[in-house]
Design a protein around this ligand. Structure first.
Ligand code: AHR
Length: 491
């Protein structure tokens, strides 16, 4: 029996709802043929965006959406994506498959979508292929509530009131595809660009600097050191989990060995170390009056593309393995919610670790979707101090991860993931002051590691009510099967 000790009166940090965020790029079938089908489509839509996608994202309470890239952001020119669609220029998406970008989905479509979803928009601004003025004028166009020429243009294009814009990322992966910059050069450019991220008409923009990929601690250190005094809201971190660890042969999303499974889990658990180490650097260098948040604005499982699909479109299936990765990663983000203030899974629809897959009129919700649904009750709660006895599996990965949070009604939200393919665990709960709780809700997602939802069998992996718990002598215990994720609400 493993012990889960919960100090329910000790709140450690606030779990920002934005930790449960998403990321959507002009890549493959994420925007076109994914979100956006156009106003005249016979697929039900709101302003051209599929209604079933809007409904599904509301179901998981999407708190924030990052757009338009990724790499694409660094070749995106916002003025291409406004005005009558027939006049919008056609560009080449040189990042992803060399396909023609019609710009039919642009600023109005994105901001109206975020309003419809009730989520915060997070813009990734072009800093290596654009100009300071492009970035500044984009913010003015979106947020200025007056009669400047840009605000008038927005009104002529159908939007009278400005939109709310909370987050602007200054650049994307500028150590790589975003200009191959050195940290020193990026930091100097950041200082310049962020100066012109202006606040108009009471809107307040929070600026996010481009941070490291994986364990490039040197980048984090040098950038933070050199952008001192500019008070960014945060600095980003990107980390993808690969089944084989090899970028040339990443491994299949559908058929994989136990070794590949555990490798993926290990790579996902590495997020804990990355946050710890980047976090320590940030804490050591930040101005105490202006703490800097860590924004994990790209994460997820990255496999080889599905057989027969365009290699530039990054389309992959999504299995129970991905669900375990999502569950353990969200537990890691909760654990570090004192510094991780936003995270964005890559990439919402039809790309990498999607929560939704579409095929013409059809839509499926992936196992990862259901993890976001089961974990949504953590949003905006306080993280509670808790410890869970663990088990280390043969390849050094911990079998279990967990989080406990408390909501405004003083209910406890508990999530537990078990990555072991063979072992189940019994867990005994213990609370401070010998207080006992009753189970209001208990859900489980439990399936074989390769189990997927397909267009032929859309509901194969879905959470179910779970009654594998009991209370004996006032003590609550729970049985956690192998390869499963459990969520509980206790009151
Ligand atoms: O998510 C796919 C790509 O991964 C993004 O465009 C880029 O930022 C990262 O390298």
């Amino acid at each position: 029996m493993k012990k889960l000790i919960i100090h329910q009166n000790t709140a450690l940090s606030h779990i920002n709802r934005e930790i449960y965020g998403h990321f959507s790029e002009h890549l493959g079938k994420c925007i076109y043929d994914g979100f956006y089908v156009g106003e005249s489509s016979d697929i039900p839509n709101t302003n051209g965006v599929r209604q079933d996608i809007i409904d599904a994202l509301k179901e998981i309470k999407i708190p924030v959406l990052r757009w338009p890239g990724g790499c694409f952001a660094e070749e995106y020119h916002w003025e291409d994506g406004i005005g009558p669609k027939e006049n919008r220029p056609v560009r080449i998406n040189t990042c992803w498959g060399g396909v023609e970008e019609t710009n039919a989905f642009g600023t109005h479509e994105f901001f109206n979508l975020c309003e419809e979803l009730g989520c915060e928009p997070y813009l990734a601004a072009n800093m290596s292929g654009g100009t300071v003025w492009e970035m500044q004028s984009w913010i003015e166009y979106i947020t200025y509530d007056g009669n400047s020429s840009l605000a008038k243009k927005r009104k002529e294009n159908g939007r009278e009131q400005p939109w709310h814009l909370k987050y602007v990322g200054v650049g994307n992966e500028n150590w790589g595809g975003g200009g191959n910059m050195t940290p020193e050069f990026y930091a100097d450019e950041y200082r310049k660009y962020q100066t012109f991220c202006k606040d108009y008409s009471g809107n307040r923009v929070l600026k996010i600097a481009c941070g490291a990929g994986d364990g490039n601690y040197d980048w984090t250190k040098k950038v933070i050191d050199r952008i001192r005094g500019t008070n960014p809201y945060g600095i980003s971190l990107h980390h993808y989990s690969l089944p084989t660890g090899n970028w040339d042969h990443k491994g299949s999303a559908e058929h994989f060995s136990d070794d590949e499974y555990y490798h993926t889990i290990k790579d996902a658990v590495y997020m804990d170390e990355l946050i710890e180490k980047h976090g320590n650097i940030i804490r050591g260098l930040e101005n105490k009056h202006h703490p800097i948040a860590l924004i994990v604005d790209e994460w997820g499982v990255w496999c080889d593309v599905a057989e027969g699909t365009n290699p530039g479109f990054l389309y992959q299936q999504n299995s129970m393995r991905d669900a375990i990765v999502a569950a353990l990663t969200l537990n890691i983000f909760n654990k570090h919610s004192d510094i991780v203030k936003m995270a964005n899974l890559a990439q919402t629809v039809n790309v990498l670790q999607s929560v939704i897959l579409t095929d013409k009129k059809e839509l499926i919700k992936t196992p990862t979707f259901y993890i976001f649904k089961m974990y949504a009750p953590h949003q905006d709660n306080d993280l509670i101090d808790s410890r869970l006895e663990n088990d280390i599996l043969e390849n050094g990965v911990p079998a279990l991860t967990h989080s406990v949070s408390i909501n405004k009604e003083r209910q406890l939200v508990v999530t537990i993931s078990n990555a072991s393919l063979e072992k189940s665990y019994d867990i005994q709960f213990s609370f401070d002051d010998k207080k006992s709780y009753s189970v209001k809700e208990c859900l489980i997602l439990h399936a074989d590691k390769e189990a997927c939802n397909t267009f032929e069998n859309k509901h194969y992996v879905e959470p179910e009510n779970y009654n594998g718990y009991k209370t004996v002598d006032g003590k609550l215990s729970l049985s956690v099967p192998d390869t499963s994720v459990i969520s509980l609400i206790l009151e």
